[in-house]
Design a protein around this ligand. Structure first.
Ligand SMILES: [Fe+2]
Ligand SMILES: [Fe+2]
Length: 290
């Protein structure tokens, strides 16, 4: 299959059409939610980030819908509107899950800040960053079978939607960069690095803000511990990268993929493999899906 030239109309049509055509129609309450034994509900309840995750999705819905209104290209606007809809549905899905399993978490008041194009770009790069962590956390949960398959299948679909979002985003960003004449690969790499740093800071601030009630968010405790118990950084990176490849293999190969986080994770993994076995100590890290 021939890859379209980045920045061409053929490229625009491909990344927008692929995104729109792979959208799945469903309502969260109609999904096949499994009945959960009390121990699984307790484990779900023990995850510290539901409040934060739900508010992130709701904020994203509002921000993207507002940004979409500023777009003049009707093909891109349709795809961006659809992404906003999917983020809003993620928020509703989390809400439904929390209600269904009677998990009470505090509501985080939504902001009403003005939206700029830059907000959409920083959000896109933060999804590139979070997704790899989310893929790793999910793959470990599946490997360890810490939840019934029915629930993991629902989570898997959400993660696939996030994989679609980051592929759409990186193609849109590159398309716009081309149109603006910013074609220097070194300058682009520096810009990408800078955006990832901003995205990381933005996420950290969001986590702190969401954790005002009742206490600072502890991403290493509770349910995350069940996933990460006995998992070394090396193991985490291996499963995260394998899951990332599996997710990406389901998306049209002619499209660009976000590369920076997988490359950095691969470099870190190669570094860890060079360490003597005893120097590598199992360590907990976070597992959050946006
Ligand atoms: Fe989302
Ligand atoms: Fe997303």
């Amino acid at each position: 299959m021939r890859k379209p030239r980045i920045g061409s109309l053929e490229h625009r049509d491909l990344f927008c059409r692929t995104f729109i055509e792979t959208h799945r129609v469903f309502e969260p309450e109609n999904l096949p939610w499994p009945r959960l034994e009390a121990r699984y509900v307790e484990l779900l309840r023990a995850f510290p980030f539901w409040s934060f995750a739900r508010s992130m999705e709701q904020e994203a819905d509002r921000m993207i819908a507002t940004f979409a209104k500023t777009l003049t290209d009707p093909v891109i606007r349709e795809a961006v509107e659809l992404q906003g809809y999917e983020e809003g549905r993620h928020g509703r899905l989390l809400n439904h899950m929390l209600e269904r399993y009677e998990i009470d978490v505090p509501d985080v008041p939504l902001t009403n800040l003005p939206v700029t194009r830059e907000d959409f770009v920083v959000f896109g790069f933060s999804e590139c960053l979070d997704s790899v962590v989310g893929f790793g956390g999910f793959a470990l949960a599946r490997e360890k079978q810490i939840f019934p398959k029915g629930l993991l299948d629902i989570f898997e679909h959400i993660l696939f939607e996030e994989a679609r979002h980051i592929v759409f985003f990186i193609n849109w960003w590159r398309y716009e960069e081309e149109l603006a004449g910013r074609t220097n690969p070194v300058a682009r790499l520096l810009a990408t690095l800078q955006y990832h740093v901003r995205a990381g800071m933005h996420q950290a601030q969001g986590a702190q803000g969401a954790a005002v009630v009742p206490a600072p968010i502890d991403l290493t405790g509770g349910g995350s511990q069940a996933i990460l118990e006995g998992v070394s950084p090396k193991m985490f990176l291996e499963v995260a990268l394998a899951e990332e490849r599996a997710m990406m293999s389901r998306i049209d190969p002619r499209l660009l993929r976000p590369r920076l986080v997988p490359v950095l994770a691969t470099v870190a993994l190669l570094g860890l493999r060079l360490l003597p076995p005893r120097a590598e100590t199992p360590k907990r890290s976070l597992a959050v899906a946006s």
